[in-house]
Design a protein around this ligand. Structure first.
Ligand SMILES: Cc1ncc(COP(=O)(O)O)c(C=O)c1O
Length: 463
């Protein structure tokens, strides 16, 4: 059999040599990024001018004053102001392997050596199919029947595809249900599903949504009972009109409020009794708990119909069971992902497994325990500044400073940023701080260094 020209190209030793050289150069440059470094005062004016110009172009300031230099080293990232910071938010959970990971740069080269920048409905290479297979294998690892996978470029689009799949299957039902304080994205449809008034300000209602109370940990039985009552009442009020329920199991934007296995099982089982779709949004929770998916962490494999992923997966996707396979024409994308993204996605998935991120004693759960201990110690020294409770689940780590006061919380976030740690807020009132650390590349001492800076930021913010 004759080799394809592509095989000859990829096997050329000069390409392998080029890769080795790039890896060496990268490694040399990264040696300079070995710890937190303050901003360079000589760069301050130019940096501010760049931020201002960007704000003018995009019509508003960036949420944090972050302009990256394009180089990092694991959890550390260099910014154009010359500072080096611990990135504990990672683009809200996107950079699961941290910054300038050599495996991801190599995957980027695989993408760059491909024939096209983008892949999509009429332009799929073998790696797109391989990525779908990787995602399906992980989704079905503990018994779920999510045998189909459709790729796309944003979490919101993965959710729009999920919503369409759910509606088509349950037509003519024209309503869905979700939980109070959920966040599902920014398209017109997801702005209707997301439970935040400011995010749909001025927009028409595009999907009819009923909201259920989310899990309240103080009284589990009461919480289950109350949510089931709301569900039953809504279904009685809109008989035959509700297509499914959307579950964001560990609420991200909503304040790192985590659910509970028994709660989800009770509500999902009731959905099944009523013939409703169980749609799970795992865009922030994928890769963050003891299993690849949070629905697996909570042991709900037998109950899920449609699942959306994004962020850490680099390429976003909607996974669904055979029952939910939509009719041709319903979903299609010009772009299902850039070639480099697709190779990067496969590398991330492989490395999460190889590094031992999952399991009860995997890196996610270990990071949670480590941060819990460190935060608890700060709480004991400063009970007035840092609350005792830890929010989120796995390596989605949320905590409350100054009783969740929004102004003081933002001040702590800003001080922390200045000192060298990038974090972000979640929730509203109380506002909370969240960390999404890149656990696969955290080194000994990183969590301690980050929490040391947090303690300093709290003291400075208190004045
Ligand atoms: C739970 C959840 N769903 C959906 C989205 C939307 O994803 P994207 O911003 O990629 O459209 C996000 C993003 O923050 C999210 O956290």
């Amino acid at each position: 059999m004759t080799d394809l020209a592509a095989q000859t190209f990829h096997a050329d030793p000069r390409l392998q040599q080029a890769r080795r050289l790039i890896a060496e150069v990268l490694n040399d440059a990264q040696q300079a990024l070995d710890g937190v470094r303050p901003a360079d005062p000589d760069k301050a004016d130019a940096y501010q001018a760049q931020l201002d110009a960007f704000a003018k172009l995009r019509g508003g300031a960036l949420p944090i004053p972050y302009l990256g230099s394009g180089l990092g080293n694991g959890p550390l990232v260099e910014l154009l102001d010359g500072s080096v910071k611990y990135d504990m938010i990672c683009g809200i959970g996107v950079h699961g392997l941290g910054h300038s990971d050599s495996g991801l740069i190599d995957a980027g080269l695989d993408g760059a050596f491909g024939d096209a920048v983008m892949q999509g409905n009429l332009q799929q290479n073998a790696e797109s199919a391989a990525l779908c297979e990787d995602l399906v294998e992980r989704a079905c690892r503990f018994g779920a029947k999510l045998e189909h996978c459709f790729l796309t470029t944003s979490g919101s689009m993965a959710n729009d595809n999920a919503l369409k799949i759910v509606f088509q299957k349950h037509a003519p039902a024209d309503r869905i249900m979700a939980f109070s304080h959920c966040f599902t994205g920014r398209t017109l449809a997801q702005a209707s599903v997301t439970d935040k008034a400011a995010y749909r300000d001025g927009l028409p209602e595009s999907v009819k949504v009923g909201y259920l109370p989310f899990f309240k940990p103080d009284d589990k039985a009461k919480s289950i009972d109350s949510t089931l009552k709301h569900l039953d009442n809504h279904l009685a009020r809109y008989a035959g009109r509700v297509a499914g329920v959307m579950f964001e199991m560990i609420q991200g934007e909503g304040g790192y409020q985590a659910g509970d296995a028994g709660f989800f099982r009770a509500v999902m089982s009731r959905c099944k009794e009523h013939g409703l779709a169980v749609w799970v949004d795992e865009i922030q929770s994928f890769g963050r708990t003891s299993k690849p998916f949070a629905f697996q962490h909570y042991g709900l494999d037998d109950l899920v119909d449609v699942v959306s992923v994004g962020k850490m997966t680099q390429v976003c996707a909607t996974l669904f069971t055979g029952d939910y396979n939509p009719r041709p024409g319903l979903i299609s994308q010009t772009f299902t992902g850039a070639s480099s993204q697709i190779f990067a996605a496969r590398e991330v998935l492989k490395r999460l497994d190889e590094r031992g991120v999952f399991g009860e004693d995997g890196l996610n759960m270990q990071a949670r325990r480590r941060f819990a201990d460190l935060l608890h110690a700060i709480h004991q020294r400063h009970p007035d500044k840092l609350g005792e409770a830890l929010f989120g689940e796995g390596s989605m780590i949320g905590f409350e400073v100054f009783g969740g006061d929004p102004k003081q919380t933002k001040t702590v976030m800003d001080k922390l940023y200045e000192l060298g740690v990038i974090a972000f807020v979640c929730g509203a009132d109380p506002l909370r701080l969240r960390f999404l650390p890149p656990v696969a590349v955290l080194r000994d001492g990183d969590a301690e260094a980050v929490c040391g800076l947090l303690e300093r930021a709290l003291v400075v913010a208190a004045g």
